[in-house]
Write a protein that binds this ligand. Sequence first.
Ligand SMILES: NC(=O)c1ccc[n+]([C@@H]2O[C@H](COP(=O)([O-])OP(=O)(O)OC[C@H]3O[C@@H](n4cnc5c(N)ncnc54)[C@H](OP(=O)(O)O)[C@@H]3O)[C@@H](O)[C@H]2O)c1
Length: 274
Amino acid sequence: MVLSQQTITVIGAGNIGRALIGGLIRGEYVMPEQLRATRRNPAMLQQLQDDFPGVRTGTDNAEAVDGASVVVLAIKPQNARQVIHEIRDAVNDETLIVSVLAGVTTAGLVDAFGRELPVVRTMPNTPMLVDEGATAIAGGVHTDEGHLAIVQRMFEAVGTVEEVPEYLMDAVTGLSGSGPAYVYMFIEALTDAGVKQGLPRPTAFRLAAQTVYGAAKLVLDTGKHPAILRDEVTTPGGTAISAVAELESHGLRTMLINAVATATQRSHELANDE
Ligand SMILES: NC(=O)c1ccc[n+]([C@@H]2O[C@H](COP(=O)([O-])OP(=O)(O)OC[C@H]3O[C@@H](n4cnc5c(N)ncnc54)[C@H](OP(=O)(O)O)[C@@H]3O)[C@@H](O)[C@H]2O)c1
């Protein structure tokens, strides 16, 4: 198994880092003893230790990466420069660097390490907290298929994985990276819509969230085109088609296309501000 030989250090075990550790252990992708994790807050580190016995935790980043075959950078982008400065002499030339840093390129990371290290850039999303993430991965110039296979396997522990060329990472950020925010707005609006029609709010909320979840599951499980599934719920002269017509008249599709375009552009701008 591609991960059984790895020693994986997660630098910055916050939301994303912790979710990855949890998924890897729960799914038995790795033994807890193969994992190390750092962050600065000792109480939170203790919590991590209690939740995942066997994982080696600490505050010393350089010590944590010593001998690791994979190092996951899961700190915020603003902490990256300092962390890389701390660890760059402690990683060896074969260490695979896996970045979840939004807007930081593989070339920028190779540059920051000052070595020709293999770097794989990833863009996960927060549903990985419940093992239902959508993660895109892109290799840098010094990575090979073996490196990508390791990262693919790691993120499969917390959802699905798509490999893309790096130039598409801004588009991924606009679609699936930021996408949960759009879907939460949709669920919230659908809940309000139900309340307006007289449903108690908790009932409307549960119906709205489960409808989004169930519809997504039907798309994924059947592999059917969403338009076909939509046709299947729109009876001639019925309720669904009158609502579909209303959504179309307000340009739902154009609204989403423009929203993702704006987020993609913003991701590009932020990356170039660095
Ligand atoms: N959240 C998302 O939707 C999302 C999606 C895709 C990508 N990302 C990327 O994922 C990364 C992490 O995001 P997050 O939401 O998991 O943030 P987070 O919960 O704030 O996690 C970052 C962690 O880094 C730790 N940290 C900060 N400085 C450190 C240092 N010098 N040494 C060791 N640990 C340090 C922090 O813990 P202490 O304060 O205890 O040190 C914190 O636990 C970001 O780069 C973000 O761009 C996030």
